[in-house]
Design a protein around this ligand. Structure first.
Ligand SMILES: CC(=O)N[C@H]1[C@@H](OP(=O)(O)OP(=O)(O)OC[C@H]2O[C@@H](n3ccc(=O)[nH]c3=O)[C@H](O)[C@@H]2O)O[C@H](CO)[C@@H](O)[C@@H]1O
Ligand SMILES: C=C(OP(=O)(O)O)C(=O)O
Length: 428
C-alpha cells in the first residue's frame, strides 16, 4: 500500500434519506473463487461491491491466469477462468485479504495443487484454518507447510484426485463450509459436511454453484450433501445485499437519531442483531426490498453475545459497541467468535467512552458524551464503528489506517454525505 487512507468526520447532525446497500463482501469473495472452477463459459457477477477486497480478488484471479474484468460503474465482474494456469497464490496479494483462501478448491480441481504464500484478513486474534485442511486431507489431499528462514510460511496442498468423504467443522465456519462445499463439488462421489454454516452468504454461494452445475443439498440445515460432478460452467448471478453494510447504516440512523430508507436491506438477514437493535429503541419497517429505520427515543442499553448466524454477527459487534456508548446505562458484550476483537474499546476511550474489557467480555458504561479525536481503525469493523462514533461526536474525528474500512465498505463517505453527514475520505 503506497499511502494511508483516513476519514475525517464532523459529528452532531442527524442522518436522513435513502441509501443503497452494497452487494455482500462475504458472498462475492467465495463466488469469485467458485467462478475459477468453471473450465468453460464466462461468469458474470452483478451487484458486486466496489471494495478493496474485490479489487484484490480480481488481481489474484489474474495472478493465477484467469481473465477478470471489473466494471466498477456497472458493479459487474466478468471472469473467464478457462485460461487458469498458475497454482500459486502470491503473498503480496493473497496476504491482504481473507477471501484469498477461497481460491484453493478451484486450484486443486483445475491444476491439482495450490501453493498458498499467505492468507490475510483482519487481525482478530487466532484465525485457524484446520477445518479446511482436515477436510481437504479427508478427501485425499496432502497438506505440507514450509517455513523460510525469515519465518514466512508457504502451504502446499496437492490433490491428485479428490474423493467424496464425510467431513465436519468443529464449529460452523463460514469460509470453512464454503471451501469444503467447493472442494466436494467436483470430487469423485458423495460428500457429507456436518455442522455446516447457515449464513445467508453461504446459501447464496450454494445457489451460484448449483446454477454452475454442482449438485448440493441441505443448505441452511447444518448438514450439506454434495454429489461431485465432472465439470462446472460460468453463469450470471446477482450477489445478495450485504447484511453487515445494512447493519452499519441502521446504526448510523440510530446513533444520530435519524431516519433512513435502506434500499436492498433485508431485516431477516440481520438475525438476532435486528432484535437487539429494536430492544435498544430502533424502529424497523420492511417495505419490500426497502428497510425503513428510525430512532427517536432514548437508546436503551443492551446485552450482546456474538454467535454464528442467525445469532448476533461478530462483524456487527464493533458497530454496536459504538452505539451502546450512547445508551442510557451499562451494556454487556460477550465476543465468542474471535479472541482479539476489542481494540476498538481503547479508541472509543480516546473519544470519551467508558468501556471495561475483561478477556472476551466488555462492559460499556453509557451514556458517554463522545468528542472528536484522532483514532485508528485496527480492523474493518473497528473502522466502521469509529465512523459511527464520529457521526455522534462533538467536533472532528480523524480515523487513520482506514484502508481496513475500504476493504469491506464501498463509497462510505459519498453514501454518508448523501444522507447529510459531514465526512471526507483522504489519501495521505
Ligand atoms: C471472508 C469472510 O467470509 N469472512 C467472514 C468469515 O470469516 P472466517 O470464515 O474466517 O470465519 P470462521 O467462521 O471460519 O471463523 C470463526 C471462528 O472459527 C475458528 N476456526 C475457523 C476455521 C477453522 O478451520 N478453524 C477454526 O478454529 C476461527 O479461529 C474463529 O475463531 O466469518 C466470520 C465470522 O462470521 C466473519 O467475521 C468474517 O467477516
Ligand atoms: C473479519 C472480517 O473479514 P475477513 O474475514 O475478510 O477478514 C470482517 O468482514 O469483519
Amino acid at each position: 500500500m503506497a499511502h494511508d487512507v483516513r476519514y475525517r468526520v464532523r459529528g452532531g447532525g442527524q442522518l436522513h434519506g435513502t441509501v443503497f446497500i452494497q452487494g455482500a463482501k462475504n458472498a462475492v469473495l467465495p463466488m469469485i473463487g467458485a467462478s475459477l472452477m468453471a473450465s468453460k463459459g464466462r461468469t458474470v457477477l452483478r451487484n458486486v461491491p466496489i471494495i478493496e477486497d474485490v479489487r484484490r480478488a480480481v488481481e489474484l484471479a489474474r495472478a493465477v491466469g484467469a481473465k477478470a474484468e471489473l466494471h466498477e460503474a456497472e458493479r459487474t465482474l466478468v471472469i473467464d477462468a478457462s485460461t487458469l494456469n498458475s497454482p500459486v497464490l502470491p503473498a503480496e496479494i493473497a496476504a491482504r485479504f481473507r477471501g484469498s483462501f477461497l481460491f484453493v478448491p478451484a486450484l486443486l480441481h483445475r491444476l491439482g495443487e495450490a501453493v498458498i504464500e499467505g492468507v490475510g484478513g483482519c487481525n482478530l486474534g487466532s484465525r485457524n484454518l484446520d477445518f479446511h485442511y482436515n477436510g481437504f486431507k479427508r478427501m485425499g489431499a496432502t497438506v505440507t507447510e514450509q517455513v523460510a528462514d525469515n519465518g514466512d510460511g508457504t502451504i502446499h496442498i496437492k490433490a491428485g484426485d479428490l474423493r467424496g468423504a464425510t467431513l465436519y467443522c468443529d464449529t460452523p465456519s463460514h469460509t470453512g463450509t464454503e471451501n469444503l462445499i467447493m472442494a466436494a463439488a467436483m470430487a469423485r462421489g458423495t460428500t457429507l459436511i456436518k455442522n455446516a454454516a447457515l449464513e445467508p452468504e453461504v446459501l447464496d454461494n450454494i445457489a451460484i454453484l448449483r446454477a454452475m452445475g454442482a449438485e448440493i443439498r441441505g443448505g441452511g440445515t447444518g448438514f450439506i450433501t454434495v454429489e461431485g460432478v465432472g465439470e462446472l460452467s460460468g453463469v450470471e448471478h446477482t450477489v445478495m445485499p450485504d447484511r453487515i453494510d445494512a447493519g452499519v447504516f441502521v446504526m448510523a440512523a440510530a446513533i444520530t437519531g435519524g431516519d433512513l430508507s435502506l434500499v436492498g436491506a433485508n431485516l431477516e438477514h440481520l438475525g438476532v442483531a435486528g432484535d437487539k437493535l429494536e430492544q435498544m429503541g430502533v424502529e424497523f419497517h420492511q417495505q419490500g426490498a426497502v428497510l425503513q429505520v428510525r430512532r427517536d427515543r432514548a437508546l436503551r442499553p443492551i446485552n450482546i453475545i456474538t454467535d454464528e448466524y442467525p445469532g448476533f454477527a461478530t462483524d456487527l459487534q464493533s458497530p454496536i459497541m459504538a452505539l451502546s456508548c450512547l445508551a442510557d446505562g451499562p451494556s454487556y458484550i460477550y465476543e465468542r467468535i474471535f479472541d482479539g476483537r476489542f481494540k476498538l474499546a481503547g479508541e472509543l476511550g480516546r473519544m470519551g467512552a467508558d468501556i471495561e474489557v475483561d478477556g472476551n467480555r466488555a462492559k460499556v458504561n453509557g451514556p458517554s458524551r463522545l468528542r472528536g479525536a484522532t483514532v485508528e481503525a485496527h480492523d474493518l469493523r473497528c473502522g466502521s464503528a469509529l465512523v459511527l462514533a464520529g457521526l455522534a461526536a462533538e467536533g472532528e474525528t480523524t480515523i487513520t489506517s482506514a484502508y481496513y474500512l475500504d476493504r469491506g465498505h464501498a463509497h462510505t463517505a459519498e453514501r454518508l454525505r448523501g444522507l447529510g453527514a459531514d465526512i471526507v475520505r483522504e489519501e495521505v
